[in-house]
Design a protein around this ligand. Structure first.
Ligand SMILES: C[S@@+](CC[C@H](N)C(=O)[O-])C[C@H]1O[C@@H](n2cnc3c(N)ncnc32)[C@H](O)[C@@H]1O
Length: 232
């Protein structure tokens, strides 16, 4: 077993008795420190904005939170029509405080359930929101994203992946153990990381219909947070 696996296993053991937290309350409770906590990702946010194609008019951001990726996107596209969806009321409040004057629609809802407009968006993005879900759930979500994009539309995803199959399996089984322990059924969202391997992430996108899926790359010093681009 590699060192990353052993470190993760030790950390899961140390925290094994911690109660699970609901996804929305997790972020609602941390709103005051959230943006400072995410500041190391600034270069990734900038990169995502740079990768959006010239001339887009509509963008969907799933799990937009307080809009850290949108801060950089709006610098490049000040008039872009953006739809942002998130579970956390407090994160969305912060987004509206920052960008309420823009062409921004916010939706407080589960992105697995919300029916997105068909063939409406030029582009879609997600940043660090999908590392909690199974391949099956993601494939269903990616199918909806695919349907919501115009032909030729692009989906950019920046999120961390499990470096090995053993890590993916360990996280999933520990999540299941804690859910059973706390009596939380799989239909309720909890904040516990269960990243997929890069291979499984890409497979889920392809299974949803994206014909062309590529890893654009990684930023220096980071080997587990790929930027992925999928084209309709
Ligand atoms: C780590 S934050 C990332 C927020 C933002 N993209 C950023 O990079 O700052 C993850 C966000 O995903 C949201 N989220 C997680 N699962 C969701 C779901 N099923 N539907 C809508 N939002 C969800 C959370 O509420 C949280 O705001």
């Amino acid at each position: 077993m590699d060192q990353a696996y052993l470190d993760l296993k030790a950390w899961l053991e140390q925290t094994r008795d911690e109660p699970l937290e609901g996804m929305d309350t997790f972020f609602d409770l941390r709103i005051d420190e959230y943006e400072a906590h995410m500041s190391p990702w600034q270069a990734h946010y900038q990169w995502m904005a740079e990768l959006l194609p010239d001339g887009i008019g509509t963008l969907l951001d799933i799990g937009c939170g307080s809009g850290l990726e949108l801060d950089t996107v709006f610098q490049r596209f000040p008039s872009l029509q953006v739809t942002g969806i998130d579970l956390s009321e407090k994160m969305l409040d912060r987004l509206v405080q920052k960008h309420g004057g823009r062409a921004l629609t916010v939706i407080q809802e589960d992105y697995f359930l919300h029916p997105f407009e068909s063939a409406y968006f030029d582009a879609a993005v997600s940043f660090q929101t999908l590392h909690h879900f199974s391949a099956e759930k993601k494939t269903r979500l990616f199918s909806k994203l695919y349907g919501s994009l115009k032909p030729g539309g692009v989906y950019l995803e920046c999120d961390y992946v499990a470096k090995t199959q053993e890590i993916e399996t360990l996280c999933a089984s520990e999540c299941e153990r804690r859910r059973l322990r706390d009596g939380i059924t799989s239909d309720r969202f909890i904040h516990f990381d269960t990243p997929l391997t890069l291979e499984h992430e890409i497979q889920s996108m392809k299974a949803a219909g994206f014909g062309q899926v590529e890893v654009v790359g990684y930023l220096p010093g980071d080997d587990h947070t790929p930027m992925i681009r999928a084209l309709k």
